[in-house]
Ligand binder design. Structure first.
Ligand SMILES: [Zn+2]
Length: 318
């Protein structure tokens, strides 16, 4: 474990492996009510102990995001931490110490800047772990139009959804991309489901392998964990994984009495004009055909639902 001064207790779960190789940065609990990512990470870290350096030829750093919200088991305290990172499209979000999330953000930024100084850009990898309020297959979230990132994400047998940045300018994954990290956000499953932990545990094992962080002569136990990880991830998506693009966001201001119709899960196919939610003005219909994403089944959030559609060339390439 490397040494850190004046960093909040509970921020750093792990800092294992040599500094000279690739870096895999894992962030979890950017939303405080999404503990499954942390549970998954701890399972892998435990499997690597008591001597993680024996298993690793790269460095693995795991950071917890919104510590105060996590203690409170809420998505955030005063501001959504995943909307306030400085990025080229939202450079002007200024810190105000009246809002607890800015303290969390500033500490994460100082740690990330330090990691970026210690590792060359071609060796910086990350995954940012989340879960959703609706039922979902696990999927990977990427910026739109970045073929290099899509190529990396296609190493993993999960659907890819690109273009969320259009709606969320200040997310930590966008910030990390702008700091030269290769990676993605992962929506691992529904908040309280065991499957969310299972999918993210498997994804973490595969990332250790694909980023070159796992030592080449990995132990038999590591090998069997990796085989299991491949089998687990292969089991989620029927047929070849697809690449989807965002086409629509239903934004909320919080006062419109928005309620989703029951029973919608992520990737659920909807038809144009189908009723998918209601608010004080009556039914809300799908503006186009598409697949539903992130239908809001919890009380806090600024997004009612999104629509995505499959990218025409996403089938079967690679
Ligand atoms: Zn989240």
């Amino acid at each position: 474990m490397n040494t850190y001064s004046s960093i909040s207790k509970g921020r750093i779960i792990a800092d294992h492996g040599p500094v000279g190789g690739p870096l895999l940065l894992v962030t979890c609990l950017i939303h405080g009510n999404e503990p499954a990512g942390e549970t998954a990470i701890r399972q892998v870290i435990e499997a690597l102990e008591p001597a993680p350096s024996d298993h690793l030829r790269g460095r693995v750093v795991v950071l917890r995001g919104n510590l105060q919200a996590a203690a409170n088991k809420s998505r955030y305290i005063e501001a959504d931490l995943n909307r306030i990172f400085p990025t080229v499209v939202a450079p002007s979000i200024e810190s105000t110490h009246m809002v607890s999330e800015f303290q969390e953000r500033d500490e994460l930024i100082s740690l990330i800047e330090r990691l970026a100084e210690e590792h060359p850009v071609e060796e910086r990898y990350f995954v940012d772990l989340h879960t959703t309020s609706s039922e979902t297959l696990p999927y990977l979230s990427l910026p739109s139009g970045n073929e290099r990132l899509i190529k990396f994400a296609r190493k993993f047998p999960l659907h890819i959804v690109s273009g969320f940045y259009r709606y969320v300018p200040g997310s930590i994954d966008r910030y990390l991309h702008e700091q030269g990290f290769t990676g993605f956000a992962c929506e691992g499953g529904q908040h309280s489901r065991d499957a969310a932990v299972t999918s993210m545990t498997a994804l973490f094992w595969m990332m250790l392998e694909e980023t070159g962080c796992l030592a080449p002569g990995a132990s038999i136990a590591d090998r069997s964990s990796l085989d299991e990880a491949h089998a687990v991830l292969d089991g989620f998506v029927v047929g070849p994984p697809k690449v989807f693009e965002f086409t629509h966001r239903h934004a909320l201001n919080g006062n419109e009495g928005f309620v989703m119709e029951p029973g919608f899960a992520n990737f659920h196919e909807v038809k144009r004009d189908e009723i998918i939610a209601r608010d004080n003005n009556g039914p809300i219909r799908a503006p186009t055909d598409g697949n539903l994403l992130m239908p809001l089944y919890q009380t806090s959030g600024n997004d009612g639902f999104f629509l995505v559609e499959e990218r025409p060339a996403s089938r079967g390439s690679e």
